[in-house]
Design a binder for this molecule. Sequence first.
Ligand SMILES: Cc1cc2nc3c(=O)[nH]c(=O)nc-3n(C[C@H](O)[C@H](O)[C@H](O)COP(=O)(O)OP(=O)(O)OC[C@H]3O[C@@H](n4cnc5c(N)ncnc54)[C@H](O)[C@@H]3O)c2cc1C
Length: 404
Amino acid sequence: MYSAQSLEDVRKFVREHSKLKVLGTRHCFNDIADTPREFLSLKSQDRVIALDPKALTVTLEAGMTYGQLCPYLHENGFALHNLASLPHISIAGACTTATHGSGDKNGNLSSVVSALEMVTASGEVLQLSRKEDGETFHGAVVGLGALGVITKVTLDIQPTYMMQQYVYENLPLNQLTENFDAIEASGYSVSLFTDWQKERINELWIKSRMDSAHHFEAKPIFFGATLATKNLHPIAELSAEKCTEQMGVPGPWCERLPHLRMRLTPSAGKELQSEYFVPRQHAIDAILAVEKLRDMVSPHLLITEIRTIAADDLWMSPCYQQPCVTIHFTWKQDWPAVKNALPIIERELAPFNARPHWGKLFTMPRKQLKSSYRKFPEFVALCNKFDPHGKFRNSFLDRNIFGS
Ligand SMILES: Cc1cc2nc3c(=O)[nH]c(=O)nc-3n(C[C@H](O)[C@H](O)[C@H](O)COP(=O)(O)OP(=O)(O)OC[C@H]3O[C@@H](n4cnc5c(N)ncnc54)[C@H](O)[C@@H]3O)c2cc1C
């Protein structure tokens, strides 16, 4: 593995190698970042390049993580619109895989990328922006590591804001299905955690902005769920020490939007993950379809999380021009069992045109992926234009995108 220290280093390495893969923070659960050949790391390129308070943008080097960027933004009076469940991940890796948080009005993390600098297969440096490059830009942001080495990213920012987080326990499933829209709209970002047992959502996490007109007033009972009286982990048996502050304690956006704190091991540690995006209008039917599989799923499951995401215009984003609900599975670390479970879940979710998270485990064949992404052929053409000899291709891309 080669660690690039500068843009020139990246260009030289790309020119000198016929096959390579860029590594972010290696948080993907499938083989999207794998190669038996050369790895390029941008980890040491982790500085902010420019904060533009007028344009409301921040430009950073591609090795930077959200955990590094967020405190800097907050200290300077700014914020991002949303974050994933953990801040440990690289911004370039997260955006290229369409990583998301939750919230009816919040697009995924890639949706606030306004410009990219990329080194393509020839070693050429390409500047792409939302303003100047229209459809090419929309094709490049969720690039799945197939287009080149992202060296700089510009993100939209906004004035900093404070939040409160409340957790409720035991939301009856029938309350969820009857009041899904109201529950999802109750906070700026809402997450539902369930083990699919006892026809209930084990924990409902509501993250509310204190500056919002729709600020959440926490009542002791909410749609039959009970307000928690101590901090909880999404997997109730685990210590909440790893989790961000709850019980309505005010805090900055960067310490409330992620579920997990920066300095501790994320989530359960030893686990596998899968996640499926379903168009929002099918939310209830899709949730009930998975609920029917509870006896098959539960023995292998640590927890499921359900979130909502706004639509965007990024070709390979699962939320391309449609708002989605995601059904996520944190699995025990038993790949043979998970590998058997996934096709059954995928079959049940197929009528709803479900698409898998690009960075998590799935078994859906290319044919199905291709038919569910309207811009799939255009994306393949863009890959062939930027990388005509397949320098950045690996077996994940060959299997799922190129079909070779
Ligand atoms: C505990 C845990 C919790 C998670 N929670 C969430 C969540 O809440 N929401 C969610 O959507 N996902 C979540 N994920 C999935 C995961 O975080 C994302 O898909 C991830 O952010 C990928 O970023 P990375 O830097 O780790 O990428 P890597 O895994 O290192 O690489 C992924 C892809 O990005 C490419 N890449 C990385 N950097 C560059 C670059 N500079 N230029 C070009 N290509 C690049 C790689 O080549 C590869 O193709 C979670 C993962 C874990 C482990």
